[in-house]
Design a protein around this ligand. Structure first.
Ligand code: NI
Length: 219
């Protein structure tokens, strides 16, 4: 499941974080890339200073606390978030993310855009499956999440600057198909509740959702 979630940050928050990010010190992004991804990675990343850590922790809490993200990802753990910057000519070629980072299995990858789309050209996140590729460029404050099992790249920035926060979550549910079923059931439970309250159908659906989680959750 590839999902875009709008307004994880309000426009004012996105702007404030973008301005704060501009004051951070950036280093070569190759430092955190795996053996082969390093060969195609040409971007900058904020160094892990106390200011950067504080900002990224705030952003992680916003992401983790968003109800749609929580429902789609069922996060159990996060890797440290990374603030990435692409300037003209920078890119991150096709790669797959490392399966394990700092003791966290990467099930879901996400990108939270901090720059407005008109602040740069190029710089799309392109996600490939065996059938097609799709390009994602979202407004500042919006997030896209996708299974970490996919090949993806960031197309070259041809003008301006693209700031984004990237991160990975380990889910309670290892398989993307399981996460999608429980995500759909979350929505169904909410819809039934909105239509008929805590009815018999609501109780049955809620029970199925809980029991699927109980069956599939890895503890
Ligand atoms: Ni990646």
């Amino acid at each position: 499941m590839i999902l875009a979630i709008e307004n994880i940050l309000s426009p004012a928050e996105a702007e404030a974080f973008g301005e704060a990010a501009a004051g951070l010190t950036f280093g070569d992004g190759k430092a955190t890339a795996g053996r082969f991804a390093r060969e195609v990675k040409a971007n900058d990343q904020a160094e892990r200073t106390p200011e950067a850590e504080a900002m990224l922790n705030l952003i992680r809490d916003k992401v983790a606390g968003h109800p749609v993200f929580a429902s789609a990802v069922r996060p159990r753990a996060f890797t440290p978030l990374i603030l990435s910057r692409y300037r003209e000519g920078q890119t991150y070629g096709m790669h797959v993310d490392d399966a394990l980072m700092k003791g966290v299995r990467t099930d879901v990858s996400f990108t939270l855009f901090l720059s407005n789309s008109n602040a740069y050209e190029g710089g799309a996140l392109e996600i490939s499956d065996t059938f097609e590729s799709r390009e994602v460029r979202l407004p500042a404050g919006s997030l896209v999440l996708y299974p970490s099992t996919t090949l993806h790249r960031v197309t070259p920035v041809t003008r301006g600057e693209r700031l984004a926060v990237v991160g990975w979550a380990q889910s309670w549910l290892r398989k993307a198909g399981q996460r999608e079923i429980v995500f759909d059931l979350d929505r169904a439970v909410m819809q039934v509740h909105a239509q008929e309250g805590k009815s018999e159908l609501f109780d049955t659906l809620s029970k199925s959702r809980s029991n699927l989680l109980r069956m599939w959750a890895e503890t």
